[in-house]
Design a protein around this ligand. Structure first.
Ligand SMILES: CC(=O)SCCNC(=O)CCNC(=O)[C@H](O)C(C)(C)COP(=O)(O)OP(=O)(O)OC[C@H]1O[C@@H](n2cnc3c(N)ncnc32)[C@H](O)[C@@H]1OP(=O)(O)O
Length: 428
C-alpha cells in the first residue's frame, strides 16, 4: 500500500466528492438552525455529485483561499481535508492569520490507519510556512483534534424562551427603526454589518467568499423550516446597526407550531439589540422563541423581569484553536493588565519553548528565554486561553496547567481577561 499526501488538482474534483459526503453527522449531529449555511449551496454534495457540484468544486480547488490536501492510497483518494485562509479577531482588534481546517473525511474503509494524522501534519506545516500563526476548526467530535494541539477557545449557547414568560424590566423607546426587508436587501446589509461586528468581537472570523450569496438569492436550505424573514435595525441616521434572520416553521404537530427560530442576530449597539429582541420576543401567534449559535455572555437575560425564563438548551464548544507560532500569537494581541510571566509551553508536534511574555494594554513582547517558568502548560491549554474565553484558574483546578510561582495563574488570568466573551457566529 503506497500513501501519498498532496494537494488535489481540479481534474480530481469528481474523486474528491466521493469522500466529502462522509463528513456527515456534522452539523446534522444535532441540527443547528443557521442561515449561515446559506452560502454553501453545494453542501453537502450529493452521491453521486451533480455535474454542477463537480464544476463548483473544481473551481474551488483552483481558488487561492482554499487548500485541499488528500491522502492518495495506491493512487486513489482515501481521505481529504482542506485549509481555508481566514482572519480571526484577537483581543485588541487585530486580525490574526488563521488556517481554518474544514471538510475533513476519510473513507470508512480506510479509517484508523493514520491517514488523518498524515494529512493534518502536512496542513499544519503548510500553515506555518505561510505565516498563519493559528489554525482553527469546528470539531465534529470532541475526541479527535486534541492530539494535534487543538483545544476549544470559544463556546456557544442555544436557548429558548416561552413568549408568555417574557416581560421586559423597562420600557424602551427606540431612537431608530426596524424594517422587514427581502433577501436581496439583507444580502447587501449583512456583509457591511458583519465587518463592523467582527472588528469588535474577539473570535469572529472573516467570511469565506460566497458566504452571503444564499441570502441575496433567497436560496436558503429547503429543510421544511419555511422561508427566511429578514429584519434590519437602522439608527437615527438610517445606518444599519443590527439585523436578524428568523423563520416561522410550520408543523402538522400542534406542539411544534408557533416557534420563532432565530438563525442569525447581530447588533452593534444596545438600541439595536433591545429593539430587535423586543420585536422577536413578542411576536403575535408565536409561543416560543429558539435562538442558536448565541454568545455565552448574552445580555438578554438582564433585560427580563424573570431572567430564568431564558432556558439554555445547549452549550457547546465552537471554535477550536491551535497555536502554530507562540511568539507571534502572543505578540498579536493586547492585554488587560501589565505584567511579565515566563511560560513553559510544550508541543508534541513542534517542540517545547520557554517564553517571557511582557504583556501590556497596548501590546506585548514575547521572548525565548532560559529562565525558571512561572507556569507550565501545553500548546492545547494555550489555545483555550488565547482569546480569553477560558480562565487559567479553571485549567489549574483541572490539572491542566502547573503553577510554579505562587499567584502566577491569577496574574495570567488578569492579563488575559476579555472585555466580552469571545464568540464567532460565522463559521468556515
Ligand atoms: C474540522 C472538520 O472537518 S470536522 C469533520 C471531521 N470528519 C468526520 O467526523 C467524518 C467522519 N470521520 C472520519 O472521516 C474519520 O474518522 C476522521 C477523519 C475523523 C479520522 O480519520 P482517520 O484517518 O481514521 O484518523 P487517524 O487514523 O489518522 O487517527 C489519528 C488518531 O485519531 C484517533 N481518532 C480518529 N478518529 C477518531 C474519532 N472519531 N474519535 C476518537 N478518536 C479518533 C485515532 O484513534 C488515532 O489515535 P492515535 O493518535 O492515538 O493513534
Amino acid at each position: 500500500m503506497t500513501i501519498e499526501i498532496r494537494p488535489i488538482t481540479a481534474a480530481e474534483a469528481n474523486e474528491y466528492l466521493r469522500v466529502l459526503p462522509y463528513v456527515n453527522g456534522f452539523p446534522q449531529e444535532e441540527p443547528e438552525p443557521s442561515a449561515w449555511y446559506a452560502g454553501s449551496a453545494a453542501w453537502p454534495p450529493q452521491v453521486p455529485p451533480t455535474a454542477a457540484q463537480v464544476e463548483e468544486y473544481a473551481a474551488d480547488l483552483q481558488a487561492d483561499w482554499i487548500r485541499p490536501q488528500a491522502a492518495f492510497v495506491d493512487g486513489k483518494i482515501a481521505g481529504a481535508s482542506a485549509i481555508v485562509s481566514v482572519q480571526v479577531t484577537v483581543p485588541g482588534g487585530q486580525q490574526g492569520a488563521l488556517g481554518g481546517v474544514t471538510s475533513t473525511a476519510v473513507l470508512p474503509t480506510y479509517r484508523r490507519r493514520g491517514l488523518l494524522r498524515k494529512i493534518m501534519s502536512a496542513m499544519l506545516d503548510d500553515c506555518r510556512e505561510r505565516g498563519e500563526f493559528l489554525a482553527g476548526l469546528s470539531a465534529s467530535e470532541a475526541t479527535i483534534y486534541g492530539r494535534y494541539g487543538f483545544s476549544p477557545a470559544t463556546f456557544q449557547h442555544r436557548w429558548e424562551v416561552r413568549r408568555t414568560d417574557v416581560a421586559f424590566r423597562s420600557e424602551f423607546t427606540d431612537p431608530g427603526a426596524l424594517e422587514l426587508v427581502d433577501g436581496a436587501v439583507a444580502g447587501e446589509a449583512w456583509p457591511v454589518l458583519h465587518e463592523r461586528v467582527r472588528a469588535e468581537r474577539v473570535g469572529e472570523i472573516s467570511p469565506l467568499p460566497g458566504k452571503w450569496e444564499g441570502l441575496a438569492a433567497g436560496g436558503l436550505p429547503a429543510d421544511g423550516s419555511g422561508p427566511a424573514h429578514h429584519l434590519l435595525h437602522r439608527d437615527a441616521s438610517g445606518a444599519v446597526d443590527g439585523a436578524a434572520i428568523f423563520r416561522l416553521p410550520w408543523s402538522p404537530d400542534p406542539a411544534q407550531t408557533g416557534v420563532l427560530q432565530v438563525e442569525a442576530f447581530e447588533a452593534l449597539t444596545s438600541d439595536a439589540y433591545r429593539a430587535l429582541w423586543g420585536l422577536l420576543l413578542d411576536f403575535d401567534l408565536t409561543k416560543r422563541v429558539v435562538a442558536a449559535r448565541r454568545p455565552v455572555d448574552e445580555p438578554l437575560r438582564w433585560m427580563l423581569t424573570n431572567p430564568r425564563a431564558l432556558k439554555l438548551t445547549r452549550t457547546r464548544d465552537n471554535l477550536w484553536l491551535r497555536v502554530l507560532d507562540v511568539r507571534r500569537a502572543l505578540e498579536a494581541r493586547t492585554y488587560a493588565a501589565t505584567d511579565s510571566l515566563v511560560l513553559d509551553v510544550s508541543d508534541d508536534l513542534y517542540g517545547a519553548g520557554r517564553w517571557r511574555l511582557d504583556a501590556a494594554p497596548d501590546g506585548a513582547t514575547c521572548t525565548a528565554v532560559d529562565e525558571e517558568p512561572d507556569i507550565s502548560l501545553t500548546v492545547n491549554e494555550l489555545a483555550s486561553l488565547y482569546l480569553g474565553g477560558v480562565r487559567a484558574s479553571e485549567l489549574l483546578y483541572a490539572g491542566r496547567v502547573l503553577e510554579r510561582t505562587p499567584g502566577a495563574v491569577s496574574r495570567l488570568d488578569a492579563v488575559l481577561r476579555p472585555d466580552r466573551a469571545p464568540h464567532n457566529a460565522v463559521g468556515f
